[in-house]
Design a protein. Structure first.
Length: 166
């Protein structure tokens, strides 16, 4: 499991690839914050080529973030704020129809210790903030378009079998 930490935390990683992904994303965020945007974009491209993940350098980390399976296929929009100890599984998409450069915060806010299951999709409509509350759990394959209260569980609809007539 990949643990990404903000600047004030030490990372806990157990393999060279996890350390590499962590350092590349942190370096990308550092470049972005310090005005070296082309460097941030190059690092974003390297992360995509190596890990298949789109981790925007504009994302705000408020502590540790755990990526299961090295963040494989994860997409996180730049207007996202990730609280401390958020856990994100593979192929999660956190999307927003908001401008990353807006002065007021709009986009997705994932609060402390929330868990987002594999293949979950979180979509924030334009002009608002979608909040995933503290310790909330988004089940694998769930689609979230509204706020989720603290400690709530979001589960997807079960698949249906439809008989075909030949």
């Amino acid at each position: 499991m990949l643990v990404v930490a903000s600047d004030e935390h030490m990372p806990c990683c157990d393999s060279l690839l996890e350390v590499l992904a962590l350092r590349l994303w942190q370096l990308s965020m550092w470049c972005h914050r310090h005005g070296f945007r082309p460097g941030a974009r190059v690092l974003k491209s390297v992360i995509f080529l190596v890990f298949g993940a789109i981790l925007e350098p504009d994302v705000k980390l408020e502590g540790h973030v755990n990526f299961a399976h090295r963040g494989l296929g994860v997409v996180i929009h730049g207007s996202t704020v990730l609280g401390d100890w958020v856990q994100i599984w593979q192929y999660v998409t956190i999307a927003s129809n908001n401008d990353k450069r807006a002065r007021e915060h709009t986009g997705v806010r994932v609060e402390r210790e929330a868990v987002i299951g594999a293949h979950a999709l979180i979509m924030c409509p334009a002009g608002r903030t979608l909040t995933i509350g503290e310790e909330a759990v988004i089940g694998a394959g769930a689609i979230v378009v509204d706020d989720v209260p603290a400690r709530a569980l979001v589960l997807p609809e079960p698949s249906r079998v439809i008989a075909r007539s030949d």
